[in-house]
Design a protein around this ligand. Structure first.
Ligand code: UT7
Length: 368
């Protein structure tokens, strides 16, 4: 029996707070004209104090679950792709698991920078296709605004915060994730990195004073690499899916820079009408950019059930990849979601588990 991994729900969450190019021009030596002409970005959304990578991921995941008309108990696996996890460990995915009360789900983070959502989508699809699981939530979530040096005009104009999520479910009907290519080249590790805070260079007063806890980037190098790999990965994934470029209704590329997206479209000889662009409103939300763009494309009718769509991205590592998907819809069901909010139920569940852990600790402590 063949198992196919269909996308049956999707959701996104971006902070309400925005930062325009004019706002940035008050902070660093830049201008709206420079940013728009070099990147296509006009504004980005920034997390407020109470918003984190996990809260944005949770909001996006809940919307995707509601759309798919399933409960957190139906979820077998949660993958959070992120480069701005809440901690080195525990995984942000575990915080999301607890926030939504997905009591039967495994959860892990995936670190492949801006290509991460493609990697995560492929991993979840593979787990469904082998029959190992039936339902996964794949999330791309970032609060890169917390890792950017707001005095460095080379990087601070680019990034924004947000999250996007897909629900993947198993079906015997052909469709869903059809192919994926994942590539890497660690020799380019210095092109884009966050040097300090890991085991190689733990955070010290010196690393902080040198600003090594902020994103460092050689923009031109990343630009050249990106324009080389975007078209190539797209073509490989389309071929692997047994399709031709003409079959593809929409390309949803990583939203880093309009010039990179246009260069890829030119190489592929695909008109921009068949390419999703929203970098102007969100900036580069790293691994969240592809799911956010896909959700906007689907919600605005540019991406319809049965359409063939390519997701393609590149990023730090260096990493890059592409996936071809036959776009889905919620599975038909008569089932109604329980009226209680997932969130309230999950919080209650989490409190009870913490309490039990404390009681258990006291009892064991007495016998130790
Ligand atoms: O998800 C992956 C993340 N990274 C990327 O996607 C980055 C890919 N790279 C890029 O998008 C582009 O390389 C940038 C947008 C970062 C830079 O654009 P560019 O056309 O490659 O500019 P550049 O780095 O070649 O800089 C041109 C000039 C420089 O001045 P000089 O040396 O010519 O005097 C920069 O100092 O522009 C200057 N510059 C700025 N000027 C105004 C750099 N940043 C700014 C700025 N405002 N924000």
């Amino acid at each position: 029996m063949s198992h196919y991994a269909h996308i049956t729900g999707w959701g996104m969450a971006v902070p309400e707070k925005t930062l325009t190019n004019e706002d940035l021009a008050q902070m660093v030596d830049t201008s709206d004209e420079w940013i728009v002409s070099r990147t296509g970005i006009r504004q980005r959304h920034l997390a407020t104090e109470n918003q984190t990578t996990a809260t944005l991921a949770t909001d996006a995941a809940i919307k995707a679950l509601q759309m798919a008309n399933i409960t957190p108990q139906d979820v077998d696996l949660i993958i959070v792709s992120t480069s701005s996890p809440e901690h080195i460990f525990p995984a942000t995915a575990c915080l999301v698991q607890d926030n939504i009360g997905a009591s039967k789900a495994g959860a892990f983070d995936l670190s492949a920078a801006c290509s991460g959502f493609i990697y995560a989508l492929n991993m979840a699809a593979q787990a469904i296709q082998t029959g190992s699981i039936k339902c996964a939530v794949v999330i791309g979530s970032e609060t890169l605004s917390r890792l950017v040096n707001w005095q460095d005009r080379n990087t601070c104009i680019l990034f924004g915060d947000g999250a996007g999520a897909f629900v993947l479910q198993s079906s015997e009907e052909p469709g869903g994730v059809l192919s994926a290519v994942m590539r890497s080249d660690g020799s380019g590790r210095d092109s884009l990195s966050l040097p300090a805070g890991g085991s190689l260079m733990p955070t010290t007063a010196d690393t902080v004073s040198m600003g090594l806890h902020f994103i460092q980037m050689n923009g031109r190098e990343v630009f050249r690499f990106a324009t080389r790999v975007m078209a190539q990965a797209t073509q490989e994934a389309v071929e692997l899916a047994g399709l031709k470029m003409e079959d593809i209704s929409l390309i949803v590329p990583h939203q880093a820079n309009l010039r990179i997206i246009e260069a890829a479209a030119r190489s592929l000889e695909v008109p921009m009408q068949r390419v999703m662009v929203n970098v102007d409103r969100y900036g580069n939300t790293s691994t969240a950019s592809i799911p956010i763009a896909a959700v906007e494309a689907a919600n605005s009718g540019r991406l319809k059930q049965g359409d063939y769509v390519v997701f393609v991205g590149f990023g730090a590592g260096l990493t890059w990849g592409a996936a071809v998907v036959r776009w889905g819809a919620p599975f038909p069901t008569k089932r109604r979601l329980p009226p209680v909010s997932f969130r309230i139920w999950a919080r209650l569940r989490s409190l009870v588990r913490r309490l039990l852990r404390q009681i258990e600790g006291m009892l064991w402590g007495r016998h130790a």
